[in-house]
Design a protein around this ligand. Structure first.
Ligand SMILES: Cc1cc2nc3c(=O)[nH]c(=O)nc-3n(C[C@H](O)[C@H](O)[C@H](O)COP(=O)(O)OP(=O)(O)OC[C@H]3O[C@@H](n4cnc5c(N)ncnc54)[C@H](O)[C@@H]3O)c2cc1C
Length: 99
């Protein structure tokens, strides 16, 4: 699997699938020292919303008492990846057990 960095993805989002595939496979070839430009099959997934644009600062989960008890948690509170989701879930668990 080849993942592009956010800057590449933003710049190339409107390009044709062929052009994006070609650029990614050429770079993967360069980085690995193997010629990966002609794989047997290839699938491209454009993923526009992978990173939170304005992540909340401070706590990895938020708790409100009013108008009703509410805890907000998820990846966007702590980094936009599975680690962030886990940390946020843990923080939400502590908030709910201390409430
Ligand atoms: C294709 C793909 C590949 C990924 N690869 C990676 C990777 O390689 N490495 C990595 O670190 N991260 C990866 N991620 C990101 C990772 O999956 C997320 O960071 C993580 O799942 C976020 O967890 P979360 O609990 O915040 O949200 P989610 O996992 O999205 O959980 C939200 C939950 O809320 C439920 N829900 C939504 N609305 C309602 C509602 N109204 N009522 C009740 N339930 C509701 C949903 O069904 C879902 O179960 C990938 C994500 C995708 C989609």
């Amino acid at each position: 699997m080849v993942h592009a960095a956010p800057t590449f993805s933003r710049a190339q989002y409107g390009e044709s699938e062929d052009k994006i595939r070609e650029a990614l496979l050429a770079r993967a070839s360069e980085m690995s020292g193997q010629d990966l430009r002609l794989p047997e099959s290839v699938f491209l997934q454009r993923w526009r919303y992978a990173m939170p644009a304005h992540p909340p600062e401070g706590s990895p989960a938020l708790s409100f008492d009013r108008p009703a008890a509410l805890i907000l948690a998820g990846e966007s509170f702590a980094g936009g990846k599975i680690e962030g989701a886990w940390l946020s879930g843990r923080a939400a668990g502590s908030l709910s057990s201390s409430a």
